[in-house]
Design a protein around this ligand. Structure first.
Ligand code: PLP
Length: 477
C-alpha cells in the first residue's frame, strides 16, 4: 500500500532529488498537505516515499563504498539496505523494515537517532549560521565546547582543544603537534613514534602509518613514515627513547583489531615509560570516548592521562563529523612565539558551529539524563546476556569493555574459520534477518549499542546474534 512512489531518476533529471522528497516542497512529488504532516506520521509511511530500486540502481552505477569489495556489492543478487530514518536505537529502511542499530552506525551514535535535544540544537544553530571559518575567527559553540571538554577531564593537564573533522584527522593533529613540539623545544631527533601491533588509528596516511592491521596498512608502507611497532609493553625495555617523540594506544580496548582487551595497569606503565623517556603519550579515544566503556573516557578508569587525547565519532552524539585533539599547556606553549612557530594545520570545517552545537547537546544529554549512571545497570545486563552466548560451541571468546563487546566465533574444534568463508559477515547477514544490524571484524561480531537502549533492546540484540551464530555455524553444543 504505497502512498506515493517517487518519480524515476530520469523524470527528475538529478539523483539528488530522490533524497529530498519528504523535506523539499519545491521538488517533492508528494501533495503539500501530506508534506506538512509527514514528520508526524509513522516512519514506515515516510519510507514508502522512496523508490528503492532506482536508488539501488544509481548507487551501484555511481557510488564507491568504504571498506567494501565493490564486486560483491554491485552484483544483482546483492540488495543493499537503503536507510532512510532513525528513531532511538532503531533504523528504518526504504521498504519500511526496522532494525536495531547494534553497531551504533559505525560506532558513532550515543543517545539514539532523532533525539529531540540534538535535533533542536542543530535547528536552533541553523537559524543563525551553518558554517563560518575558524581560521582567524571564532564562534560561540566551539568556544563553549572546548571549555566543556576540558571540564570533563578534571585531574588531567589537558587544557587546550584543537578541532578537526574525524578520527583520522584528530590523530594527524597529534602526530604533527608531536613532531613540531620537539623541533621547537630543540630536540628534533625525537621524531619517531611507537604504536601497537593490530592498532587502528584511521586511514589518512599519517594516521595509518601508526596502524598495525596488515590488510589495511601494509600495501601503503612505502608511502608511510616508519613506526616502531610493539606487541606488548615488555617490548619497551629494548627501545631507546631518545629518538622517540610519541607513543599511541587505544586505551582499555583495541577496536578494529577485533575488540582486544589490554592487561590491567598498562596505561600506568606506559605513562611512566613516557615520562622517563620524555615521550608524549597519545590516547586514541575515537572509539572509546563518550561513555562506551562506562565512563566518559576510557582513561578515566585508571586515572591515567595522556599528553594528547583524540576524540571524534561520539563527540556529536553520532550526528555530524567533528573531532577534537586535546593537549596540555606544556605542548601549547612550545608553539608560542614567532609567526613560523604556529601550528600550520587545519581543515575548512574546523570548529563547525552546527557540529559543535550537536556536541554541546550531546554533553547536555549526558548530564540531564544521567546517562553514565543509567548505563551501569545496562552494562551488567549486557554482561549477563553475553554470558549466555558463551554456551554456543562456536563462540571462542567474548570480550567486553563496558558497553563495547566483541563475540569471536571459530570452528567447533577451536580452529579459526577460513578467511575466505567470511563467517563473521554471514552471521551479520543472518542477524539482519532477525532485525539487528551490525558489522563483523573478520570473525568477531561487534556489539556496540547506542547508550540509550533499554534492557529489552539489549536482549533483542544478543538474541539475534545467538540465532544468527546458530544458523550459520550449527546448533548449541
Ligand atoms: C580507535 C580509532 N581511531 C581512529 C579511527 C578513525 O576514525 P575516522 O573513521 O572517523 O577517521 C577509528 C575508526 O574506527 C578508530 O576506531
Amino acid at each position: 500500500m504505497a502512498i506515493h512512489a517517487l518519480p524515476s531518476h530520469e523524470q527528475f533529471g538529478s539523483a539528488g532529488s530522490l533524497f529530498d522528497a519528504s523535506t523539499d516542497p519545491d521538488r517533492s512529488c508528494l501533495p503539500p498537505q501530506l508534506l506538512l504532516i509527514l514528520p508526524l506520521l509513522n516512519t514506515s509511511l515516510l519510507a514508502m516515499a522512496y523508490d528503492t530500486q532506482t536508488l539501488i540502481r544509481l548507487d551501484k552505477a555511481h557510488v564507491w563504498h568504504p571498506f567494501t569489495q565493490m564486486r560483491d556489492w554491485i552484483i544483482p543478487e546483492h540488495e543493499p539496505l537503503v536507510l532512510v530514518a532513525g528513531h532511538g536505537a532503531w533504523l528504518e529502511d526504504s521498504l519500511g523494515r526496522r532494525y536495531l542499530d547494534a553497531n551504533s552506525s559505525i560506532w558513532t551514535n550515543i543517545h539514539g537517532h532523532g533525539h529531540s535535544t540534538l535535533d533542536r540544537a542543530i535547528r536552533k544553530q541553523l537559524e543563525h549560521v551553518a558554517h563560518t571559518s575558524f581560521l582567524g575567527f571564532t564562534n560561540p559553540n566551539a568556544v563553549e565546547l572546548a571549555a566543556r571538554l576540558v571540564e570533563l577531564l578534571p585531574g588531567s593537564s589537558l587544557t587546550k582543544v584543537f578541532f578537526s573533522d574525524d578520527g583520522s584527522t584528530a590523530i594527524e593533529v597529534a602526530i604533527k603537534m608531536t613532531v613540531q613540539y620537539f623541533q621547537q623545544t630543540e630536540r628534533p631527533l625525537k621524531r619517531g613514534f611507537i604504536s601497537f601491533e593490530n592498532a587502528y588509528h584511521g586511514d589518512t596516511l599519517g594516521a595509518s602509518s601508526l596502524g598495525g592491521i596488515s590488510l589495511f596498512h601494509d600495501r601503503f608502507k612505502s608511502h608511510q613514515f616508519p613506526v616502531t611497532q610493539i606487541g606488548s609493553i615488555e617490548n619497551l625495555e629494548a627501545i631507546d627513547g631518545s629518538e622517540i617523540g610519541g607513543l599511541i594506544i587505544e586505551p582499555i580496548i583495541q577496536g578494529a583489531a577485533g575488540m582486544l582487551l589490554w592487561p590491567p595497569g598498562i596505561l600506568k606503565s606506559l605513562r611512566q615509560w613516557c615520562d622517563e623517556n620524555e615521550v608524549l603519550l597519545i590516547f586514541d579515544e575515537v572509539m572509546t570516548g563518550f561513555g562506551r566503556t562506562g565512563k566518559y573516557f576510557a582513561c578515566q578508569h585508571d586515572k591515567v592521562y595522556p599528553d594528547f587525547l583524540a576524540l571524534a565519532k561520539g563527540l556529536t552524539g553520532g550526528y555530524l563529523p567533528l573531532a577534537a585533539t586535546l593537549t596540555t599547556d606544556k605542548v601549547f606553549s612550545a608553539f608560542l612565539g614567532s609567526y613560523e612557530k604556529a601550528f600550520f594545520y587545519g581543515h575548512s570545517y574546523c570548529g563547525n558551529p552546527l557540529a559543535c552545537a550537536a556536541a554541546l547537546a550531546n554533553l547536555a544529554i549526558f548530564e540531564e539524563q544521567r546517562v553514565l549512571q543509567q548505563l551501569q545497570t545496562k552494562i551488567e545486563h549486557l554482561a549477563r546476556g553475553l554470558h549466555g552466548l558463551q554456551e554456543l560451541a562456536n563462540v571462542r571468546e567474548i570480550r567486553r569493555a563496558g558497553f563495547i563487546a566483541g563475540i569471536e566465533v571459530a570452528g567447533q574444534n577451536g580452529q579459526s574459520f577460513d578467511r575466505q568463508d567470511r563467517i563473521g559477515a554471514q552471521i551479520c547477514v543472518a542477524a539482519r534477518n532477525h532485525g539487528v544490524l551490525t558489522r563483523p571484524i573478520r570473525d568477531v561480531i561487534v556489539l556496540m549499542l547506542p547508550l540509550c537502549v533499554g534492557f529489552e533492546e539489549i536482549d533483542i540484540s544478543v538474541g539475534a546474534i545467538q540465532k544468527a551464530i546458530t544458523e550459520v555455524c550449527g546448533p548449541i553444543s
